[in-house]
Structures are given as C-alpha cells and as structure tokens.
Design a protein around this ligand. Structure first.
Ligand SMILES: CC(C)(COP(=O)(O)OP(=O)(O)OC[C@H]1O[C@@H](n2cnc3c(N)ncnc32)[C@H](O)[C@@H]1OP(=O)(O)O)[C@@H](O)C(=O)NCCC(=O)NCCS
Length: 144
C-alpha cells in the first residue's frame, strides 16, 4: 500500500468512501474538491492497485494545524491504515511549521478517540451540540 496526495481523478471514489464512513454528514464530491484546491491544506490517501482504502486531510497555517478529516473504508479497518495516515499527517504538519494539531470528534466515536489517544492527543474542550443531531464534539490536541 502506498500513500500519495489526492488528485482530481480520486474525488468520485473518495466521495463514495466518505458516504459509507459518515452516513449523517458526509462531505460531497464538491466539498472534497474544495479541499483539494484550498490554500494551506494537504491531503493524503492510502492506495493499492488503483483502489483507495482511506484518506486524510489537514489545514496548517502558522503554529496550529487542524486535522480536517480521516477515514478508512469500512471493510479495511483494524489493519493499521488509520495509523499510517495519521502519522503522515503529523509529519506533514511539522514540515509546514505547526507546533500543535487540533481536531474535533464525536463524543460517541470510540474507535477514533482511541486512535487519537494512542497517538498523543488529549481532550482539551467540548463543543456542545456541535453536530446536526445535537451530539457534542470533543476537541483534542496533539503537541507535535
Ligand atoms: C477511526 C478510523 C479512521 C480508524 O482507522 P483504522 O484503520 O481502523 O485504525 P487502525 O487499524 O490504524 O487502528 C489504530 C488504533 O486505533 C484504535 N482503534 C481503531 N479501531 C478501533 C476500534 N474499533 N475500537 C477501539 N479502538 C480502535 C486502536 O487504538 C488501534 O490501535 P491497536 O490496533 O494497537 O489497538 C476508522 O475507524 C474510521 O474510518 N472510522 C470512520 C470515520 C471516522 O470516524 N473518522 C474520524 C472522524 S473524527
């Protein structure tokens, strides 16, 4: 499996995976395209033989970066792909000059919270009613 940046041709497959991973609030292909074009952003995906298994993207400006998204397609979880993507995000954030990385995660998202804690994130705040269904978000920070 190799890691590489997103390209325009990847967007339909990324949107399909996104819809499977986030049934309530998936990003559309147009939103993914905006990420690809936006300044100060960086994207990565895990691919093998033309198939995409997971992806992540980052916003980084000055000392604080933000993990915008990370997902691994449903049938391929638990194989270390999420960890590989997160590690690549951390390396890139540092290369872009970030000293810390922030993210928001649903308080019910135990797999993601476990992944983040394993990689040095700590909860620093809660955003009440952050998601459309009224669920709170934990804000987590990693001091890179
Ligand atoms: C969160 C997510 C990206 C993890 O991807 P993954 O490839 O399955 O994760 P990995 O195999 O690299 O697992 C790494 C670590 O994450 C944690 N983890 C992953 N899945 C877990 C689960 N189901 N339960 C508990 N911990 C889990 C563990 O700490 C694991 O380390 P370990 O294997 O030593 O126990 C994946 O579950 C996903 O895509 N979820 C849907 C999208 C999402 O919620 N994204 C985050 C939005 S904030």
């Amino acid at each position: 499996m190799q890691l590489r940046g997103w390209e325009e041709r990847d967007l339909p497959m990324l949107a399909e995976i996104e819809a499977r991973c986030f049934p309530c609030d998936a990003w559309s292909q147009e939103m993914l395209s905006e990420v690809l074009k936006a300044p100060y952003q960086w994207s990565v995906l895990a691919e093998e033989d033309g198939k995409i298994y997971g992806y992540a993207c980052l916003f980084s400006l000055f000392e604080t970066a933000e993990l915008l998204n990370i997902a691994v397609d449903t049938d391929y979880r638990g194989r270390g792909i999420g960890e590989s993507l997160l590690t690549a995000v951390h390396e890139q954030a540092k290369a872009m000059g970030a000293e810390r990385i922030l993210l928001e995660v649903r308080v019910s998202n135990a797999p993601a919270i476990a992944l983040y804690k394993k990689h040095g994130y700590e909860k620093i705040a809660v955003r009440k009613n952050y998601y459309g269904n009224g669920e709170d978000a934990d804000i987590m920070e990693n001091k890179l």
